[in-house]
Design a protein around this ligand. Structure first.
Ligand code: ARG
Length: 439
């Protein structure tokens, strides 16, 4: 009775053993199969990622070359002159033509910035910063070769407006710090946090009845002029690493420099940078009844470091004349309704210049606008600076370089029809500013 059972038992365990072994190999096979699938998916993702999110990095170069078909002009030495602006823009357009098209990998070229135009016995010398984006794995030497080859190729096959002397061309790789220092030597340039110049602003947010606030680094010359203990009083514009321009009427109640401070950044609290005031220079002929010569200079006790959020604005040549209806921007921490509170976030508004003739009409400001004033806003009202914006900038964008054309000065209430904002006309005071600061 036991024997068959015993036999059966032995037989059973052999089958069981084979089954177990089969199972074992099955699971090994499954594991290998799974691993293979995972590996294939992984490689596929890797390949896709390599092309889609290829890790690009900025590469900067300083190029120098001679141009032989133009003559040097005195004003090329003055970076804010119209001659420099026009010539450098032509050069920057030409650099785009050289590098934009038929370039291996297409849009590797980002932008160029002319740093200097200097005299040379055979014409002029150009110093220009070139910005490219390449995969972070590329070597600088490799990129330099490509750029040089493209440059020489373009000289041969492209019709360029300027005659570049090929042997004079030199190219040096620079790091982002050096690039920033070179660009910072220019005024009126806005930078994004990644060191790329910000293009012209297209936004139309208002100070009065506005909603959105200004972006970080969009108006890096904007400062807040504050009375210790009483907070924000006025706006101001940075014109060098120690000097600011503001309105004279901001100091009507208090002229003691020890009681004032300057802050930078897009919020009043917290500020990005804070400085004490060393000197206040109010225009000698400021008249608080007529609002004439409403301009003042403020010097900080220590200089500021230029960065993405702190940058100086360009002062316009005294010869620059803006046509009526030119788009300009006003920024400030002022109230968004008449007699409203100060805003902690910087605001901006696009307004248009209005001719003095129109602004002096009987139904507008009836002859109160003098040659040192500039009207800007809209005849129908709606968009305007307001209380607390005083002293702040009215800026004009000429090819991504920003110029201070006005200082917020006065207005009847805010944003009323036929009562546009009145600004101090900065071009009228160009010589006065130079006489006090050397800028
Ligand atoms: N005077 C005013 C101030 O102290 C600002 C004047 C600007 N007014 C205007 N409607 N744009 O802040």
């Amino acid at each position: 009775m036991y024997a068959p059972l015993e036999f059966e038992d032995a037989h059973y365990s052999q089958i069981e053993y084979q089954r177990k072994q089969q199972q074992y190999w099955d699971s090994i096979r499954l594991a290998i199969f799974t691993l293979a699938i995972v590996a294939i998916i992984g490689i596929a993702i890797g390949i896709v990622a390599h092309f889609v999110v290829e890790d690009d990095k900025s590469f900067y170069f300083l190029a120098s070359y001679k141009v032989t078909n133009i003559k040097y002009r005195e004003n090329y030495g003055i970076r804010t002159s119209r001659e420099f602006a026009e010539r450098s823009h032509q050069i920057e357009r030409m650099m785009s033509r050289i590098f934009r098209r038929d370039f291996p990998g297409s849009s590797r070229f980002i932008k160029s910035h002319v740093i200097k135009i200097s005299p040379d016995e055979h014409g002029v010398n150009i110093l220009v910063v070139l910005m490219f984006r390449y995969p972070s794995t590329s070597s600088t030497a490799q990129i330099k070769k490509i750029i040089e080859n493209t440059f020489y190729q373009s000289l041969k096959i492209k019709q360029l407006p300027l005659t570049i002397s090929k042997p004079s061309f030199t190219l040096t790789s620079i790091d982002s710090k050096k690039m920033r220092n070179l660009l910072n030597s220019r005024c009126g340039i806005r930078m994004t946090p990644s060191n790329m110049p910000l293009p012209a602003s297209s936004s139309t947010q208002r100070i009065v009845q506005g909603r959105q606030t200004a972006m970080e680094g969009e108006w890096p010359w904007q400062a807040s002029l504050q009375l210790i203990g009483a907070g924000h009083q006025c706006g101001a514009s940075l014109i060098s690493n120690t000097w600011l321009l503001t309105a004279a009427h901001c100091f009507r109640r208090n002229k003691n420099s020890h009681q004032w401070i300057i802050t930078f950044g897009t919020t009043i609290i917290p500020p990005a940078v804070k400085r004490n005031v060393g000197k206040i220079i109010i225009h000698e002929k400021y008249d608080n009844k007529t609002n004439e010569h409403d301009i003042a200079l403020v010097q900080m006790t220590s200089r500021v470091e230029f960065s993405n959020v702190v940058q100086r604005v360009c002062l316009p040549d005294s010869s620059i004349k803006l046509r009526p209806k030119t788009s300009v921007f006003v920024t400030g921490f002022g109230s968004i309704v008449d007699d409203g509170p100060i805003q902690n976030n910087l605001r901006q508004a696009r307004v248009e210049t209005i001719s003095t003739d129109v602004c002096n009409r009987k139904d507008v400001y009836d002859g109160m606008i003098t040659s040192g004033m500039l009207c800007a806003g809209f005849m129908e009202g709606k968009v305007d600076a307001c209380k607390g914006d005083s002293g702040g900038p009215l800026v004009y964008d000429n090819r991504d370089i920003w110029y201070l054309v006005g200082i917020v000065s006065w207005g009847q209430s805010c944003a009323l029809p036929k009562k546009p904002g009145v600004y101090t006309r900065v071009t009228q005071y160009r010589a006065w500013i130079a006489s006090k600061t050397g800028i």
